[in-house]
Structures are given as C-alpha cells and as structure tokens.
Design a protein. Structure first.
Lengths: 345, 559
C-alpha cells in the first residue's frame, strides 16, 4: 500500500471502513473464503476415509516398529506411546488435533516426523507435477491452435493421430517405452534418478521422461478438447465474425479471441484432472526411482504406515482443492463479466 | 584371504591351508586362520582383478532396496535383506565363500567345547574401525549384548540364559558372554549348538559396529551413517533410496578393497533394474528373479544363478481344518505336479526339491524316501474322502515375490482340476506376519514360503517353518522338534546330516508340507565387473548370497 494511502487511512476512519467493505465485498476474496470453507468437509472426509481404510488393514504398527520378538509388554508400551490403545475416534481426533497444530505425527516406518518426510520428498513431486502440467498444457494449447486453424488439414489429422496414441497408452507403459528409446537406445535421459542433484539441468534431465509419461496422455486430452472448442468458436460465434470484419489477421483472431474464450473448458478439465495427475505420480515415480511422495505413498501403504499415508493424502487433497480454487479464480480473470456471488449481467 | 591369494607359490600353499581350515561344511570343531590373511575364492586368480574405479549396484524395492530405519543392525527390522550394505560397511566375523568355504574375516577362528554349549571365538588382531577405535573382544561383547536385547525380528535366536527368564529381550545373564582376553570372547549356551558359527552368517552378531561412534553419534545419527571395520565407509545415505560408499583406507586387508567406491541405488524391480543396466546406469543388479528377464539378460551381461538353499514349500496349518486331517494334507501332495510348472513358468531354472535342503547348503538331499509325488488317481480319492472339494482353501503368500505369486497361481489352477477351490491372498510383509499371528496362529490355512537355509539350523531354516516354537510354523510336533534340536546340537556333519534326512522323511511321511523347488535369485553384472557372488556362485545363506564386496573389481578391459 502506498504511503499516501496509509496516511489517509490513519486520518480518516471512514476511508478505513470503506476499504474493509471493499475488501470483504471483493468477489474474488469471497470466492476464496467460500472455497476454503468447502475444503474443510472435503479434507475431513478424505482423512476420515483414509483413517478407516488404514485401520481395516491387518497388522499391528507396534509390532512393525519393534519386530516379531517384541514382548506383549513392549508392544503395549509402544501402543500407548503412539496412542494406539485409544478408541478409534479418539485416535482420529488426536491426529486431527496434531494436523491443526501443523504436526502430522511420526511415521511408523522410519520414526521420523511426517513433516520432515514430506519436506524431503515433496519437492521432487512438485517439480515433476509442474513439469508435466506445464509441458502438457503448453504443447496441448499449441497443437490445438495449429489443428483448429485448418480443421481436417494436415496438422489437424496429425495431431488427432498423436492424441489417439496418447489416449490409448497407459502412463506406465509409456514410461517403459520412453525408457527404452530415450534412456537405453539413444541415452539422452536417465532411466533411473534416485536424486535430482543440485544442478538444474541434471534435474530437468531426470524429470523429463517421468514428466512426459504423465503429461503425454494429458496433452492428448487437452489438445483434442481445446481444438474442438476453438473450432466451434471460430465457426459459430458472432464476435469472431466481427473480429474478422474489422480486418484482424487470422492468427490474431485465433489466438487472442477464439483461444482465450475457449480456455474455460480447458481450465475446468485441468482442475478436475489434478487428482488423476497426482495419482499418476504414485505409479510413475517408482518406475524411475524418483524419491517423491508418490513412491513414498506406495511404500507407506505396503507397510501400513498410517501417519505417513494420512500426511500424503492431506497434501494431495490440499493440492486438489487449491487447484480447483485457482481454476475458479482464472475464470474471473479470463472473463470480467463473471462476478461471483452476484448475478451475471 | 584375498591378499595371500595374490602372492606367489609359497603363499598359495599357505593360503590354501588357511582357506580350507574349519568352515561350515566341515566336521571340524575348531578353526584358525592366520592372522595375516582371510579371504575367498577370489577372482584374483584369474589375473583380471584391477584396483580402482567405482560401480553402481541396483537393489530391488520390497527386499534389499528397503532400509527405512537406517543400517544399525540391532534396530533395522529389514534385517539381513540389507546384507550388502552391512557387509560393505561392517565386514563380517566369518564370511561364507564358494562351495560353503568358511572365510575368517574379522575373526580368525573358533572352538566348541563343553559339549558344544560353549563357543570361543578369536578376533583378528590390529583391526580398527574406520573411526580409529580398535575392534576388541569387549566391543564384540557390547555388540552382542545389544543384539540380544533387541526386540527386532533380526535379533539372534541363541539359546541363552537371560537376566529375566520371562522376558525374551532381557539382557543375557551373567557369564553368558565372557571376554577372555583382548581378542578372545566366549558364548555360553543353555543347549548344545554345533551349528553356532554357521548360524552367524547373515545374522546381526556377525556384523560388528563401532561402540565408540555409536556412543558419540547417538542411535539415530549412527543408523544414518554407521561406522564399521569393513572394506567401505558410508558417505551418504538417503533411506531406502541411495547409499554412497568410499574405500576404507584403513581396511585391515590391504590393498583391498579393489573398488574406490560403491553406490547402491534402490529400484522398483527387475524390469527397471534391467533397463537401467542397459542404459549404463548400473553395473550390478542383485537378486533378479523374473524368468523372462534372466534369459534376456544372460545375452548381454554376466548372470550368475546362485546355489539355492531355501526351497519353496507349501506350509499347511495342521492346527485347523482342513489340514488337521492328514488325508487332506496327503491330497495336496498327490494333486500337485510341479514338473510342468517348473518347466513352463520357471524354464527349469531351479532344481526340484522334496525337502528343506538345497544344492548350496549343507546336508543336501534332493529326493526324500517316501515322499508322496503326483498321483491323480489317489488325489481324487483323497480329495473326496477328506472333503477338500467342499471348502475353499485360504492360500497366501508374500506380495513382493513374483516367484511366489506365480507359484500360487499355478498351483491353484492345478488343484482346480480336482475340484479344489482356493482363495488367494497376497500379503505385504507386515500383513503376512499379522496373518500368521492372528487368532493365536489359527486363522491361516496354507502359505507358500521358503523354508531352509545354508545350515538348516540357522536363519529361516527348517525350524522357522516346521518347529513348534516358531510363530510362523503350522506344525506342532514334539518328535520333529527333538529331531531338529538333535541335528543342531552336533558340530559334526556326519552326525547331523543323517538326522536332517530323517527329519525330511518324517515331514514327508506326515504330509506336513510339500516342497517344490530350490529357488535362488540371480545376480547380474556388466562384463568387466567381477567378484564372488557376481561372477561365481555363492551359497545363499537364507534367500540370497552375500557378495564379498572387498573382492569385487571393475576391469572394463576384460569385458
């Protein structure tokens, strides 16, 4: 805030009240508030469901920690330390209380805090997701525009073929093919990457094949969907005719007008696909030996490590909720007519 | 022995004497190697060994590629699955070499006395941990006391008196572990055990940690970067992901190790490891078992199938229906034709087994007299008579083993021909333990597992799967227990093996559980990388053999 404004606010209580009114009345902020409120039951539901499922899996965590030779007394002691001797609802409340205080508990498998585990493994997954998302979106939008420029033309047909391939191949199959071609045969990228290293180029090399495995199917979906939307806009909308009549160049009409107005569906899809994207890392990370939370999640489930599973699930849920919130905000950015909480004019 | 093997003719004679002394497969009651040599049937004799270079070793997730708690032997519940790292950092008191030859490493010899209730071990002089502290008998005593107090699955199962007889993890009673001198230590058992040294292989008492570093670093930090007297020093450790090691410049057996460094990387499985090797990102993969990949890998790399010691068997829970009925158990024997399974699924890579011994272990007996083989006519009668076709068999195994999973699938299909239905369950390790322990051991019916070890008295040996006291056994037969105890008591193989043979016959006669094939995984190495366990077979102590990393070298000129 500019200094002059601050001084004005200090002198004039009415101006301060007006600012508060404007801030609280901001559609975007109200949207954020509403979404955050909606996220609470979502997070509660997801964590409770995970808690129930993990408790149904046979196996005593205390025995996992202590080993098979542990005496009943030792097991009871660890049960007590971990709060496992409490009733189900008490345990869930204790965990929830910890979550509210920023403490996700201690992982059974390595006896480290879940917070530190997440701090260790989350960056790899975040970079991987970001890479996959940026590449799939970038390529998807570019190819969609190329294809929509001349429907049924060469670029359109070629993109259709590539997209069909992307839609037909499962990410883990694609991962193996990519490894075979780009790691084994031409050796451009590594087949396994147990660490990303400190050099950004090394990290990019390590993440390229995993990101392509996750991103290629998404690219296929995004490009087909966006292409169809752009074509529809170009052929049917009056504002396109107006733009053309004004003498704008075809590329400008396509990029600035048609593509921009076709983005809504794409944004919705990206937001909805976040869950799928996150799920894919759990499969792809182990294939490339990437030390991310997807691989950790699989290991944690295998050894019934409830605190770690819950911690990772919370992160996944938060990312999904945040992704959907960002999508909602982007609608408003793209179309100023949209006023959340008010009737659209 | 490594150094001595490099020497000339005189040294070779001396080394041969040292190498042949004692050993697990001999019947001698004592052994003593020279203070200046240990070593193996090393590749040195090929003349290709070369100092320098480093390698990347790939280890599969779900077994050796997991070390979530770090590498303190007394607290790591993953146990001997992590033997590669332990052996590289800690070395071993005794190593198991080619053809079961015992190699004194940090120890130089041992002696049984007091009717095999007392074992005296001599340590190698002038051995120092990489932190500079000395390896002495008192350090070993501190290690063993700590091991015995551990509640970990990996804790040694020595029959000793405890300070509190009712608590299995209480400290050893006074006099159980005695320090007789700076380099001499004694263990006093409550029951004769002539297999004591054999049962040390691949168990935590064989890996000695530095007491000084442990106390100065604390348990958590030590588990992250443990300190030992082995050929390598750990320089970084990202749990269950990656470990880097460098050559230990103060290693007792100079000029070993050959390699300047080893990086261990955890990979998701056989396929990922194979492709990483093809891409040049790994030089060794430990424990490959996928049959199709083994065939393919053999065309490009050195693939050495180890000598199995732990045959796959079908554990039957004799405490609950339907297998508390001997006719139902006999039916299982009679309706299983394992030959086609072995041929079509496992490409005849493993020898068939009828007992708990394998070709890599002691007292190997492939065929057991009186073993009920495949007999479809008899099987139909027995299935009908026992009512086996009227229930669904709960059939389980561990999920991390593709071999076990394929075996369960194949057997279920064979039995279906006789009208026997199965419900297949694939457990992770924790769930498998829970399944065995649930309802006092009475909730499971049949499990595919491995039973056996280099010495049946040790590791996941016959007692683990067929002894009354084991929570992982479906058999509770005092007569079998006493047979196994008698076999373990003697230090003479000529006395022990006949008893094990009788035990195998007894198991077959009572249809306690059929055996199928003697499995051992293979190690894969790129051409030029060689060493015991990589280019020459070693006995698998429990499931996989312990590669002798100090003898491994990388000489691309020989590829």
């Amino acid at each position: 805030m500019a200094l002059a404004q601050q001084v004005q606010l200090q002198r004039d209580p009415g101006a301060r009240a007006d600012l508060v009114r404007r801030v609280t009345g901001s559609p975007a902020l109200r949207l954020v508030g509403r979404r955050l409120l909606t996220a609470i039951p979502v997070l509660l539901g997801v964590t409770l469901l995970t808690f129930v499922v993990m408790n149904l899996i046979p196996g005593n965590p205390a025995r996992l920690i202590l080993g098979i030779n542990a005496t009943p007394g030792q097991i009871a002691q660890v049960d007590h330390q971990l709060g496992l001797d409490h009733p189900f609802w008490d345990r869930y409340w204790i965990w929830l209380d910890g979550l509210l205080h920023g403490d996700l508990g201690i992982a059974y498998s390595n006896r480290q805090s879940v917070n530190s585990d997440l701090a260790q493994f989350l960056p790899t997954t975040c970079w991987l997701l970001l890479y996959a998302l940026v590449v799939s979106l970038g390529l998807g939008i570019g190819v969609a525009m190329l294809a929509a420029r001349k429907p049924n033309g060469l670029a359109d047909r070629l993109s259709l073929a590539v997209s069909m391939l992307g839609l037909s191949v499962a990410p883990y199959v694609l991962a193996l093919v990519l490894i075979w071609v780009f790691a084994v045969k031409i050796q451009w990228f590594p087949a396994i990457s147990n660490s990303l290293g400190s050099n950004p180029l090394t990290a990019i090399r390590a993440l390229t094949l995993p990101a392509a495995s996750i991103g290629f199917p998404l690219f296929a979906i995004y490009s087909r969907l966006l292409r169809a939307d752009i074509v529809e806009q170009m052929q049917r909308e009056d504002y396109i005719v107006t733009a053309k009549a004004k003498g704008l160049k075809p590329w400008r009409v396509l990029v600035v007008h048609a593509t921009r107005n076709s983005m809504f569906t794409l944004i919705t899809l990206v937001a909805l696909n976040l869950g799928t994207l996150i799920g894919a890392v759990a499969i792809i990370e182990p294939i490339f030996s990437l030390p991310g939370i997807g691989a950790e999640l699989i290991s944690a489930i295998n050894i019934n490590d409830l605190p770690l599973v819950e911690g990772i699930v919370v992160v996944f849920a938060l990312v999904t909720v945040a992704g959907n919130l960002i999508a909602d905000l982007m609608y408003a950015v793209l179309d100023p007519r949209i006023r959340y909480g008010r009737s659209a004019s | 022995m490594r150094t001595a093997c490099l020497a000339g003719a005189v040294a070779i004679v001396l080394t041969a004497a040292a190498c042949s002394s004692g050993g697990g497969s001999s019947s001698s009651t004592s052994t003593s190697a020279g203070a200046t040599s240990s070593s193996s049937a090393s590749p040195v004799s090929t003349g290709a060994a070369k100092a320098g270079g480093s390698i990347t070793v790939l280890e599969g997730k779900g077994f050796s590629g997991d070390w979530p708690l770090g590498l303190d032997p007394a607290t790591n519940t993953t146990g001997s699955a992590d033997q590669d790292y332990y052996n590289a950092v800690f070395g071993q008191l005794f190593e198991l070499g080619t053809n079961g030859k015992q190699i004194p490493d940090l120890a130089t010899g041992y002696k049984y006395s007091n009717g095999n209730k007392t074992v005296t071990i001599d340590l190698r002089p002038n051995v120092k941990f990489s932190d500079g502290s000395a390896l002495t008998a008192s350090v070993v005593a501190w290690n063993w006391t700590r091991d015995l107090e551990s509640s970990c699955t990996c804790a040694p199962s020595w029959t000793i008196a405890r300070a509190n007889a009712k608590v299995t993890t209480s400290a050893p009673a006074a006099g159980v572990i005695k320090v007789l001198g700076p380099l001499t230590i004694e263990v006093n058992l409550t029951a004769p055990n002539g297999a004591f040294i054999n049962t040390m292989y691949d168990t935590i008492p064989n890996w000695i940690i530095s007491e000084q570093s442990f106390k100065s670093m604390g348990e958590t930090a030590f588990a992250k970067l443990p300190v030992g007297a082995g050929p390598f020093i750990m320089t970084s450790d990202s749990f269950s992901n990656e470990i880097t090691m460098k050559k230990n410049p103060t290693y007792w057996d100079q000029p070993l190790p050959y390699l300047d460094g080893i990086t261990f990387k955890s990979v998701s499985g056989d396929e990922a490891a194979y492709e990483a090797m093809l891409a040049g990102e790994g030089q060794v993969y430990i424990d490959m078992s996928t049959p199709q990949l083994l065939t393919e890998a053999a065309q490009k790399f050195n693939v050495i199938t180890q000598l199995g010691t732990s045959p796959y068997d079908l554990q039957l829970n004799t405490a609950v229906p339907p297998f508390n009925n001997p006719r139902a158990r006999e039916a299982i024997y009679a309706m299983t034709d394992f030959g086609p399974i072995l041929q079509h699924i496992f490409k005849n890579a493993y020898p068939t087994a009828e007992g708990f011994t394998g070709p890599g272990g002691i007292c190997y007996q492939q065929n057991v007299p009186g073993y009920q083989g495949y007999n479809p006519t008899l099987a139909k009668q027995l299935v009908a008579a026992s009512g086996l076709d009227k229930s669904v068999i709960q059939f389980g195994t561990i999920s991390s083993s593709p071999v076990a999973a394929e075996t369960v699938q194949a057997l279920s299909q064979e039995w279906a021909v006789f009208g026997v239905k199965t419900s297949q369950h694939s457990y992770n390790l924790n769930a498998l333990i829970a399944a065995f322990l649930a309802s006092g051991g009475k909730s499971w019916q049949a499990m595919i597992q491995t039973a056996g070890a280099y010495d049946p008295a040790g590791g996941v040996g016959v007692g683990f799967r067929f002894g009354s006291l084991s929570p992982f056994s479906g058999v509770h037969d005092p007569k079998l227990d006493s047979m196994l105890a008698a076999a373990a008591a003697s230090s003479s193989l000529s006395a022990r093996c006949p008893i094990y043979n009788q035990a195998a016959e007894y198991i077959a006669k009572n249809y306690y559980g059929p055996f199928y094939f003697s499995f051992a995984p293979a190690n894969v190495a790129v051409k030029g990388v060689a060493g015991p366990g990589l280019t020459s077979a070693l006995p698998a102590v429990a499931v996989a053999p312990a590669v002798l990393w100090e003898d491994v070298y990388n000489n691309p000129a020989t590829s």
